[in-house]
Design a protein around this ligand. Sequence first.
Ligand code: FAD
Length: 450
Amino acid sequence: RPSIVWVRDDLRIADNPALSAAVARDEPVIALFVLDEQSPGIRPLGGAARWWLHRSLQSLAARLSEHGGVLVLRRGRAADVVPALVAESGAGAVFWNRRYGEPERTIDAALKTGLRADGLDVQSFAANLLFEPWTVQTGQGTPFQVFTPFWRACLQAPAPRLPLPGPAVIRGPGRAPASEDLASWGLLPTGPDWSGGLAETWEPGEPAARARLRDFLREDLAGYDRARDEPAAGVTSGLSPRLRWGEVSPFTVWHETLQGDAEPGRFLTELGWREFAWHTLFHFPALARQNLRPAFDAFPWPPLDPGHLRAWQRGRTGIPLVDAGMRELWRTGTMHNRVRMVTASFLVKNLLIDWRRGEEWFWDTLVDADAASNPFNWQWVAGSGADAAPYFRVFNPELQAQKFDPDGRYVGQWAPEYRGQHADTAGPIVDLRASRAAALDAYEYVKRAG
Ligand code: FAD
């Protein structure tokens, strides 16, 4: 009786505990991916994420078949699709790696109960976080709300396990169950196809993820602490979409970093922020919809100015660093972290547009858009989140550019018409000083509510 491995945010063969456990059962293995756009609470993927998923599934199917395995693609509600494949294939076991969002956990728990009741061997594994959200807590037994003690507790917990090697041979079933055609899922954009810049920037899939990790450790990690805040330096890892889609596991990143020649420095702490974002989402599932600090519900957002929102989305605000960042995002599906902070701060604190509108745009355009990190970081910038930047700390995009892009290389690459200009002469859609003052006035309501 075959084993089904239900793959989700873990599009890899190496360090995939569910896959390894299935192979160890010594029965034929069927890998299943379900495109579930119907189960309650599942957030539909954004456009850039759909593009990535298509390409990464292509790569995974090729990897599995190189090792003798098969990938079966099915669309529908997981609660229907998984039992249907069990019945069709006569499977005796279903294995998966755990997910941490609330709707996903609800689906998985119900399936586990139902399939076990039918006599199947059903097991789930820790694969995508170094420290599962319920394994670390404060001395009072509550979730952490501040990063530093959270990360200290993680580092005192049992160390992340070693990554598992990928199975050499994955024996498929004699007759593979029918698979839907990936192209029929319509994950790639058509009319217009805006994905050219994504394809030039990225090669999704496990082999490219592993190659990037190796190159980063060899070439860039040594300069990471010094230059990681400079968007033109190109020293950050670029691993965020790889981790988002599980093309490389955090355990692999962790141990290969520790085994490399360069000092890990700040880099492993950044992985800690990813863990903290998931810790926060697990304990506060409404992270993308609700302020983590309820006092922010009193913030008097003015009526939305659609022209301002559109100018921000298109990189036409007249603020050079903001426009450069928004255009990099549109073209490549990513944006440097420092510039994400500056563009987000500008939306929330200069345009006075609700952080949720920004979160939605990033959700649609980022290839690493992640149910935890995206809303977590938006709330961090907005001041409403866990361990957030204080609201009154408004990033000045002009000073940020002077400090982190002093020779204008980054702005020159993405918004060359601004060369030699600064925010005052470039025709900004709002006055930075006046809008900042208006934001601080509005913040008074939050202070009174809090
Ligand atoms: P590196 O500097 O090489 O960092 C290594 C890894 O650490 C990253 O790949 C990522 O997994 C993790 N990491 C680093 N910084 C953060 C952080 N602040 N929060 C969580 N994880 C972090 N990151 C996402 O993965 N998905 C998102 O949807 C996302 N949305 C963001 C929205 C805003 C408004 C801001 C300010 C930041 C957002 N980030 C998000 C965090 C961060 O900008 C990216 O993780 C980082 O830029 C990815 O580049 P890198 O892989 O080269 O990072």
